[in-house]
Design a protein around this ligand. Structure first.
Ligand SMILES: [Zn+2]
Length: 396
């Protein structure tokens, strides 16, 4: 992991390189900012720069040489003085954790979090298991190794991702180590929720902020690293909400494009009100399950937002999420100038809220299609869905 692998975040990278070059490395850092913005990538580059054997003390530009044995071991994720920790649920296997570390050393933006990706082999698994740092693990994998002298490196470095997930006892044990850190140690904590850490821990860390990545930076990185075509890179970048990890997820799964096809079809059928096709489509969507239906409704909202952009800025100027659908969006705006896009947004938002309650999804989708059809005609539209309280037995 070299600094060149970190996307954007110039200010934080500069500060870290200066610290390495000047030999003024803090004992502990807190990298905070949204998910997927490069906190782990920067931590791994920083650690490699610290371990590099060719780096003269207090000189250079804070860049690892990339060729010495330490650099090579760091790159392969096998340096004995580098400890990568992440919270995991009870009962996970050693192999599974090793696989996640391996993934991380291949690509520091890979999704390895147990909370977000409970199963590596099945990305659709959304079972929500609580992943924590237990006090036993903190003793065994952090306190013990970090209290010893480096085995062969210049430093002992520990990276703790999702650091807010420490059991209170674990946090207190870690705090003791942080209060009297052994020499030649560096801790890097990463978190998207700095407010959930003990203030006594954060106050001992040097804080560096990682901000959301802009669509241009994301699209550039997708094109360069993943070899994606320009149009696809632009689209994924705009859907990734500032996170390269999410952009990668979108790039590697067909689900997104499949779901978008469903969305476009749903809007078409909402317009034509073909009852048979609508029933089939609603059934197909319903079978995806509630979480994915919510995601699908997010895609609906993005589509309506694109329509708004085309209407207000014109096809050429509009920074569309669905860049490849500019033609379809322009056609919609031309053919349906009376469509009430504001009402359509409200209807979808309302439907999305209802997905979280125990309503019958088929009924909800049918009602949504009907109301959207009215809004497209510029007629007033309301979403009428019987709530479970009204006595719907088999809500599914
Ligand atoms: Zn080196």
């Amino acid at each position: 992991m070299d600094w060149s692998q970190v996307i954007g975040q110039e200010r934080s990278v500069r500060a870290l390189r200066r610290a390495v070059a000047g030999g003024r490395v803090a004992h502990a850092y807190l990298f905070h900012g949204p998910h997927g913005t490069g906190k782990r990538a920067a931590a791994l580059a920083f650690a490699q720069a610290l371990q590099c054997e060719e780096r003269g003390p207090g000189s250079g530009d804070g860049r690892p040489c990339g060729a010495c044995p330490a650099c090579q071991k760091m790159r392969r994720g096998v340096h004995p003085d580098m400890h990568v920790l992440f919270p995991h649920p009870k009962g996970t296997s050693e192999e599974d954790r090793a696989e996640r570390k391996e993934l991380l050393s291949q690509n520091p933006y890979a999704e390895i979090s147990y909370a977000r990706r409970p199963s590596l082999s099945d990305p659709s698994d959304t079972s929500n298991k609580q992943a924590l740092y237990s006090v036993d693990r903190v003793h065994e994998e952090l306190l013990r190794p970090m209290s010893l002298k480096p085995l062969e490196g210049r430093y002992k470095v520990a990276l703790l991702t999702e650091a807010e997930q420490m059991h209170p006892k674990a946090a207190n044990a870690f705090l003791k180590l942080l209060e009297e850190p052994p020499p030649q140690t560096a801790f890097v904590l990463t978190t998207a929720h700095p407010d959930r850490l003990l203030p006594t821990i954060t106050s001992r860390c040097q804080r560096l902020r990682f901000s959301s990545l802009g669509p241009e930076a994301l699209a550039g990185a997708l094109a360069r690293r993943e070899d994606l075509g320009d149009e696809r890179a632009q689209m994924l970048a705009r859907m990734a909400d500032g996170s390269y990890t999410r952009a990668l997820d979108l790039a590697t799964s067909n689900e997104l494009l499949e779901h978008r096809e469903l969305v476009l079809d749903f809007f078409r059928q909402a317009y034509t009100q073909d009852a048979t096709r609508l029933a089939e489509l609603s059934e197909e969507i319903r079978r995806l399950g509630r979480e994915r239906v919510k995601g699908l409704m997010d895609l609906m909202l993005r589509w309506v937002r694109d329509l708004l952009l085309v209407r207000s800025l014109g096809r050429e100027e509009a920074p569309l999420v669905n860049v490849d659908q500019a033609e379809a969006a322009a056609r919609f705006c031309e053919n349906l100038p009376q469509a009430d896009l504001g009402a359509m947004t409200e209807l979808i938002e309302e439907a999305r809220r209802l997905v979280g309650r125990n309503v019958n999804l088929s009924l909800l989708l049918t009602a949504l299609a009907q109301a959207l059809g009215h809004a497209m005609q510029g007629r007033s539209a309301r979403l009428y869905v019987p709530l479970p309280e009204a006595g719907l037995p088999n809500a599914a």
